[in-house]
Ligand binder design. Structure first.
Ligand code: SAM
Length: 294
């Protein structure tokens, strides 16, 4: 297909529509061509912070007018947007960074636009939760996303305690001024062997990621002053129950391959018998050279 058609024409629905557009987390070049076409082509952009988003629009030469749509005016913004759609306009929604509605305003507006009977169209792109997961290397087939950790310590510790036996990685957002306290609570509540992945300033100049046991996390944060600044995604590795299964799975795999069971079959059996992750067993088995044992 002609890329010009994809980029310039195909985004516009026949009927007035509301486009939920993901914008960059930091690197302005992460705005997709389709997102650019939508933002340049709609009659109006609803933005969480119009001054903040002006920088993005200026960078791409987009002159579309904006209206504010933040957490304190969501209902009024929804009414204004529905009125515009009723007049036949196409409208886009953006937040300060990433995907609207994901720990950002937008969900109530989307619900109101849907209730009014208009099409809501995703224009997907960056989201910090997915960007962090994509480079963390957790092999479990799923994950749990819990948004921001509770700011108050008692509620935070209670929530963390409930994650002790969580079998999939748990992703959360954290504000820079609470990162030390939250990591300290994680260590205290979940213990030093639980893994933590920290992703800081993703897509920005000082982007940094680290995956380490919780016992080492406070020292990592203190290693350089800027480490406790900037934006963070935290991912807790799976909890004890799964870790124990993984360890048993590794031992069973070792015994099976030593006994001459072909590697692929041994991985399948070890996963089935122990509940360990097949992908993880496969990767670890390869790393340990077990495929040559059969
Ligand atoms: N809607 C956004 C999304 O799709 O990712 C999230 C908005 S939420 C208000 C902001 C939080 O996302 C930050 O506090 C941080 O936890 C995370 N975040 C946003 N940009 C980030 C970045 N460049 N690096 C790491 N975390 C980021």
């Amino acid at each position: 297909m002609d890329p010009e058609v994809i980029v310039q024409g195909a985004w516009r629905h026949a009927e007035p529509a509301f486009y939920v557009v993901a914008t960059p987390l930091g690197n302005l070049a992460d705005l997709s061509p389709r997102a650019r076409a939508v933002l340049a082509g709609v009659e109006c952009i609803a933005a969480e912070d119009t001054r903040h988003s002006q920088r993005l629009l200026d960078a791409w030469g987009i002159r579309t007018p904006m209206l504010p749509a933040h957490e304190h005016n969501e209902q009024a913004a929804a009414r204004a947007i529905v009125a515009r759609l009723a007049r036949g306009e196409h409208v886009a929604l953006i937040s300060d960074a990433g995907t609207p509605g994901i720990c950002d305003p937008g969900a109530r507006i989307v619900a109101a636009v849907r209730a009014a009977g208009f099409a809501v169209v995703p224009v997907p792109g960056p989201s910090a939760v997915i960007a962090a997961l994509s480079v963390a290397g957790f092999v479990e087939p799923g994950f749990r996303f819990i948004g921001f950790l509770p700011p108050k310590q008692a509620a935070r510790r209670k929530l963390l305690a409930s994650l002790a036996t969580e079998e999939v990685p748990v992703v959360c957002y954290e504000a820079p001024h609470r990162i030390r306290d939250s990591v300290a609570d994680m260590l205290e509540v979940l213990g030093g062997t639980r893994e933590l992945f920290l992703a800081r300033e993703l897509t920005k100049r000082f982007e940094e990621t680290a995956r380490l046991p919780l016992a080492q996390a406070p020292a990592w944060l203190e290693e350089r002053a800027e480490r406790t600044r900037g934006e963070f995604v935290l991912i807790l590795g799976p909890g004890e129950a799964q870790a124990a299964r993984e360890e048993t799975g590794r031992q069973v795999l070792a015994r099976l391959t030593q006994a001459g069971v072909p590697f692929g079959e041994a991985v399948r059996l070890a996963a089935e018998l122990t509940g360990a992750s097949k992908n993880r067993l496969y990767a670890q088995g390869l790393a340990e050279g077990r495929e040559n044992e059969d």
